[in-house]
Design a protein around this ligand. Structure first.
Ligand SMILES: Cc1ncc(COP(=O)(O)O)c(C=O)c1O
Length: 381
């Protein structure tokens, strides 16, 4: 099996697993129990992880709040601001290509009386900055725009969007689950207020993530969603997942060390793969997303007239994904692909490939061959 679904999740790096293991049964103290050395040892490990996560995104350690993943971080960001707002700003701005952890929240906030405006995106999935300037106004409480797409890989002009939001006094949040550890991210250069991270997208463990909060949670009007023991600056109560937090810390440290090399390696792997496919004109391939501003490891491809599900079933030796989201058992074509203008048929003919740290050049040649053969076979049928 060749794994190429690294947008869905990544393997936990063995170096990450190694540092996590002692925190299950050896260093199991509660990091809040700092009265004894066992607790303090774990608290020190958490402090170290906070520094490692902060370093990867150019933040200060006190600006990192540990959560259970990007879904929770996104929920704390948006609903945390809504809950502490005095109600004078009643607009939330996002895009139609956000993850459901944003879009479904928007629906819920709409029921509470918030006006939700989704900024249009072009064929490459890039936000229209002129429209953004018109739509983001003094009514806007928060603008939430993903840093990079989990489907088409398009990277958004986050700094420019944050400037527009701040000019009218709105907060700016970015769901950077697909960007952190994959491209250079600097929260202060981007000038943003809130940013969501997921460990399992960057070779860390599942069930742990982080929220960057500019200047720390005590400096921002953001209310907790869960009340309890006041951990994490009283923004995210509950006993800390110390093995997971040690894991996200190590995963971020490895990304800080490897990022630039990995970006080059994965983009040349991806480009080689796409070139191999594009040599076969008869395959009628269309590439989705921005060419200039795309995640280095992403390839979203439409094969005209081919049922992507049938194609994937025909290639049991590959773990790749369609771009479709399966909702309540019904397979609906991807809303992201439809938002960038693909027809339903083309959306059903699209696959998403996410190369990763553990793929090799040899594998990529094999993958291209398998894909070409399978498409030819399906076309002949
Ligand atoms: C852009 C984006 N946001 C949020 C999430 C959810 O992350 P988590 O699984 O850590 O809750 C994902 C993962 O699918 C994602 O791709």
């Amino acid at each position: 099996m060749i794994y190429l679904d690294n947008h869905a999740t990544t393997a936990c790096d063995p170096k990450v697993v190694e540092v996590m293991l002692p925190y299950y049964s050896e260093h199991f103290g509660n990091p809040s129990s700092t009265i004894h050395s066992e607790g303090r040892k774990v608290a020190d490990a958490i402090d170290m992880a906070r520094k490692q996560v902060a370093l990867l995104i150019g933040a200060k350690p006190k600006e990192i709040v540990f959560t259970s993943g990007a879904t929770e971080s996104n929920n704390i960001a948006i609903q945390g601001l809504v809950r502490s707002s005095d109600g004078t700003r009643r607009k939330i701005v996002a895009t139609p290509i956000e993850h459901k952890a944003i879009l479904n929240q928007c629906k819920a906030m709409e029921k509470l009386g918030y006006k939700i405006v989704l900024l249009p995106v072009d064929r490459a999935g890039e936000v229209d900055l002129c429209e953004a300037e018109k739509i983001i106004d003094k009514e806007t409480l928060v603008v939430s725009i993903q840093a990079a797409s989990n489907e088409i890989g398009t990277i958004q002009p986050i700094r420019k969007l944050a400037v527009i939001a701040h000019a009218v006094g709105a907060y700016f949040h970015t769901d950077a689950a697909q960007a952190v550890g994959k491209i250079l991210v600097d929260v202060h250069e981007w000038d943003i207020d809130l940013l969501s991270i997921s460990a399992h997208k960057l070779y860390g463990p599942k069930g742990v993530g982080a929220l960057f909060v500019r200047d720390g949670a005590y400096s921002m009007p953001i209310s907790p969603l869960v009340y309890g023991g006041e951990q994490e600056y009283n923004l995210r109560s509950g006993t800390l997942n110390s093995p997971g937090i040690v894991g996200i810390g190590k995963a971020c440290e490895l990304c800080t060390q490897e990022l630039e090399n990995e970006m080059k390696r994965l983009s040349s792997m991806r480009d080689y793969f796409e070139n191999q496919l594009f040599e076969h004109e008869q395959l009628e391939i269309q590439r989705n997303g921005s060419i200039a501003n795309r995640l280095p490891h992403n390839s979203s491809l439409t094969f005209k007239g081919i049922d992507a599900e049938a194609l994937i079933v025909n290639m049991p030796e590959l773990a790749i994904s369609t771009s479709s989201a399966c909702t309540s058992g019904a397979l609906e074509p991807s809303i992201v692909l439809q938002a960038i203008g693909l027809s339903r048929d083309d959306a059903y003919s699209t696959i998403r490939i996410g190369f990763g740290r553990f793929n090799t050049d040899d594998e990529i040649k094999i993958v291209a061959d398998i894909l070409v053969r399978s498409i030819q076979k399906l076309r002949s049928v």
